[in-house]
Design a protein around this ligand. Structure first.
Ligand code: PLP
Length: 354
């Protein structure tokens, strides 16, 4: 069975939109897309022209970065777009479902809701690890896409590559297994993309939004088998990635850019460990979860009170205490050194006031 046979039949037979630029992109006189012949004054990027559907220079750089072939990459508007496209392509409204492992990133369930796909919860162990065999036994046949987040937002936990590979094997004829690796740069571990050669039903989501400092440029990559990439390209809008965003990403993905990013990752990891140790000493802190990401999930004696006190000091953190298993927890992004010290000071003052 080809993994694409799991997709919605109407998507497999859909005739995709064919844009002028897809038909002819290299000609000396471009009169096929109703563009203006003139860019705005002082526009070095030529924004009078539509962008390529899949900007090939960026595709090559991302292929180098993520160690896959260019035909295994779909560039989208953040990895959020990859989540949406997968659910649209594989889940029939009112019939199919996705599976998630709560507590987890909120977008999976939102995109499923928009598509009219049900959401099934995967059981997780107390330490937020997963048991692939138990999961496969629990899922109903309606589940077409399983979302794993590793390192997980909001718990910071890693899922082992062995468990991911095992789950992809068990579900080979049944479902797509998606590993969202938005934070893997901070984990010091191989990407699940190393498992793509063995598993046609595996998809990995990467992004330039976190470690690469380009959240505003909205560049994400979906890595998967060329068949899955080709399927998703059929339903993607014709000109998804804006030219200035491509330019910003190309600028970051140079050898200087790699050096800057590597240095910043080391800095964030050092700050994360310092912050974890400092937080553990505070009497209002019950538990600091071990994190492989650029944030710490922290259980307080009274999370909502602490959240309000920080906000009054102008410090915004994320209240995740309504998520399953995370009562009284706040998710705190690791910032620059001065920001982290400001946070600790504010928490010490909050401790005295409580
Ligand atoms: C931030 C985040 C994303 C979104 O990334 P974009 O590329 O900015 O869309 C995806 N998944 C998780 C788990 C995240 O925390």
């Amino acid at each position: 069975m080809n993994v694409v046979d799991l997709a919605r039949p109407e998507i497999r037979t859909l005739k995709p939109y064919s844009s002028a630029r897809m038909e002819v992109s290299a000609a000396s006189t471009l009169l096929n897309a109703n563009e203006s012949p003139w860019p705005q004054p002082d526009d070095p990027l030529g924004l009078n022209r539509y962008p390529d559907r899949e900007p090939s220079a960026l595709g090559k750089r991302l292929a180098d970065l993520y160690q896959v072939d260019p035909d295994q990459i779909l560039i989208g508007r953040g990895s959020d777009e990859g989540i949406d496209l997968l659910i649209r392509a594989f889940c029939r409204p009112g019939i199919d479902a996705i599976a998630i492992a709560p507590p987890t990133f909120g977008m999976y369930a939102v995109c499923a809701g928009v598509q009219g796909a049900r959401v099934e919860a995967i059981p997780v162990n107390d330490d937020f690890t997963i048991d692939p065999t138990a999961i496969a036994a629990r899922l109903t046949p309606a589940v077409k896409v399983v979302f794993l987040c590793s390192p997980s937002n909001p718990t910071g936990q890693l899922i082992s590559l062995a468990a991911i590979g095992e789950l992809a094997s068990v579900l080979a004829q049944r479902a797509i297994v998606v590993v969202d690796e938005a934070y893997v740069e901070f984990a010091g571990r191989d990407s699940a993309a190393t498992l793509l050669v063995e598993h046609a039903n595996l998809v990995v989501l990467r992004t330039l939004s976190k470690a690469w400092g380009l959240a505003g440029a909205r560049i994400g990559a979906l890595l998967g088998s060329p068949d899955v990439i080709a399927l998703l390209q059929r339903i993607m809008p014709p000109y998804p990635v804006p030219t200035p965003c491509v330019a910003a990403a190309l600028k970051a993905l140079t050898s200087e850019g790699y050096e800057t990013t590597r240095r910043r990752i080391r800095l964030i990891i050092a700050e994360r460990d310092f912050l974890a140790t400092s937080l553990e000493r505070l009497p209002i802190v019950r538990r600091v979860y071990r994190s492989w990401a650029n944030f710490l999930t922290v259980q307080f004696t009274a999370a909502t009170t602490v959240y309000g006190a920080l906000l009054r000091d102008g410090i915004a953190v994320r209240n995740v205490s309504n998520q399953p298993g995370l009562a009284d927890c706040l998710r705190i992004t690791v910032g620059a050194a001065d920001e982290n010290r400001r946070l600790l000071l504010a928490l010490e003052q909050a401790t005295e006031a409580l």
